[in-house]
Write a protein that binds this ligand. Structure first.
Ligand SMILES: Cc1cc2nc3c(=O)[nH]c(=O)nc-3n(C[C@H](O)[C@H](O)[C@H](O)COP(=O)(O)O)c2cc1C
Length: 191
């Protein structure tokens, strides 16, 4: 079985909804198992969760975009990953990422770019969405990859939305299809 770990932070619950869609998408793939690891409000995960990351074949990073980058809790987790980094323990694992924010753009790419850099420091192999953007005149807001992320899955939650209302359904479906791709690739390349 290919093991997929989804490690994410969410302060208000919107990015958690995106993470749950990622979990659903990864879990669709025969031969893959997926699990969520929530970074807590202090930026911590447990020793068992670090062990889960160490045993994973693919790690999918998730964070809201705050002030044009990942949340400080995600960054604290990333800094703590310097421990496995010293021995390059995550080398050759698949890496991928997702982010959610209030604005359509909102500098989400800066967050994804940071996750790519983190993955490269760990010598991981990055995989993007593999999803074409919905950008024609006929496109509507809930079409797949309307926010048009290639490097990572992007979602938008209106600033006055509850987690039940945002991310919007099309962005959750985009997250799901992205994760299916990551998990299928992990299964394909396992062993
Ligand atoms: C401190 C802070 C900074 C934020 N910065 C941005 C930003 O740079 N771009 C943006 O589009 N939204 C920004 N937002 C909005 C959040 O990204 C948005 O509310 C998101 O859905 C929160 O995710 P969460 O519920 O998982 O914490 C910011 C929100 C907070 C609280």
């Amino acid at each position: 079985m290919a093991k997929i770990a989804i490690v994410f932070h969410s302060a208000y619950g919107h990015t958690r909804k995106q993470a749950e869609a990622v979990l659903a998408g990864a879990s669709l793939v025969p031969g893959a198992t997926a699990e969520l690891i929530a970074i807590d409000a202090d930026g911590h995960i447990t020793d068992d969760q670090w062990a889960t990351l160490g045993a994973a074949d693919a790690i999918i990073f998730g964070s809201p975009t705050y002030m044009g980058g990942p949340s400080w809790q995600f960054k604290k987790f990333a800094d703590a990953s310097s421990k496995p980094w010293f021995g390059q323990a995550w080398k050759d694992k698949i890496g991928a990422g997702f982010t959610n924010s209030a604005s359509m753009n909102g500098d989400k790419f800066s967050t994804i770019q940071y996750m790519i850099t983190l993955a490269m420091q760990h010598s991981m192999v990055w995989i993007g969405t593999g999803l074409m953007p919905s950008n024609t005149k006929a496109a509507t807001r809930n079409d797949i990859n309307y926010v048009a992320g290639f490097s990572g899955a992007l979602a938008q939650s209106p600033s006055d939305s509850s987690p039940d209302e945002g991310p919007v359904p099309g962005d959750l479906e985009t997250a799901k299809q992205f994760a299916t791709r990551v998990a299928a690739y992990a299964v394909k390349t396992l062993g």
